[in-house]
Ligand binder design. Sequence first.
Ligand code: SF4
Length: 403
Amino acid sequence: MKTPELLAPAGNMEKLKIAIHYGADAVYLGGPKFGLRSLADNFTITGLAEAVAYAHDRGVKVYLTVNSYPDNNELPELDRYLEEVAPIPFDALIAADPGVIATIRRISPRREIHLSTQANTTTWRSALFWQEQGIRRINLAREMSLEGIVETRQRVSAGLEVFVHGAMCVSYSGRCLLSSVMTGRNANKGECAHPCRWGYALVEETRPGEYFPVVEDERGTFIFNSRDLCLIRYIPELVGAGVDSLKIEGRMKGINYVASVVRVYRDALDAYTADPASYRFKPVWMEELAKISHRGYTTGFLLGKPQDLDQEYDSRYLRSHELVGLVEETLPDGSVSIGVRNHIEAGATVEVIGAGMREAVVLLDTFTDQEGTPLTEAHPNQRIRVKLPFPAERYDLIRRQKP
Ligand code: SF4
């Protein structure tokens, strides 16, 4: 049985290190241009080279997203950009637009190309078409069912990649103009303002300002809002389907999200592939995924067309826990240096989580500044020292239950 790669988002260098530490086999990231997350803290050209070197030193692959749909007037800039990244030894470039793919071919003929979800591959015939164009891996659209994935595997020899976790569009990925029309921010250029997640009302055109609620049920009016994808319960089915890569969405999400999602899917994937016969779903995986920001979970289209319950009739983001800090250094005296991300007071009860589903609850009764002066509270961007009652590791996260 082949173990699929676990592919994680790396929105910046810190998130890349977290993704790798928590068990990603590969990461995908965007450079300064054409990468569909123009509002993310993207890598510079130098940063891309450093990221690839860091990942390769740890046996982790790196894919660069070049998956936006450029305009004619952007083509000279596309050429220059692809020439700039050509010397960087990415394991593949991720693209969707045939013109971009042709340009990669011309500038970097030996470069492996993966087809982005933006190409909306929903059938084995489309997958076969892309395979015949020399595409080495195809991201199957989130709109494909498990049955469709299995049939595609039987007919297509190129690598197949499926999303297992993260936000869903209410439209096919990239085929949406809501954000462009309503805010001028173009989703196809990576600037989506996510208006599908806003609340909507009905207004009669001669009575502006009089809002009539649109109520699909007693809970609300968020008619375009999809729950987030979560396929943690279907790891055996996905491995059995023969997919090559399980992809996690979320280059804009924080380190808490990256760490939690990667460690859960890593644990499930390792548990299943080590011993399929004795594999059992662990409730702790769902408990962990409930702790991070999400909008309710759905299995999307995997088991068939989504039903009413897959819509989230409520704009709230759910999460039971929030990040407090990141272990930045372990010190010779057994204490750790923590980079504080959210205000914390001495006496708080926190969770320390680490790779491999390590987890412990501790009372943070005392902590000091870097010089050893006791503190009663600490603020974001401050560094504190803490003596934990167990050995912690660099990149462990400190989080607490939300009030
Ligand atoms: S508005 Fe919503 S559906 Fe449209 S591209 Fe943005 S996230 Fe996707």
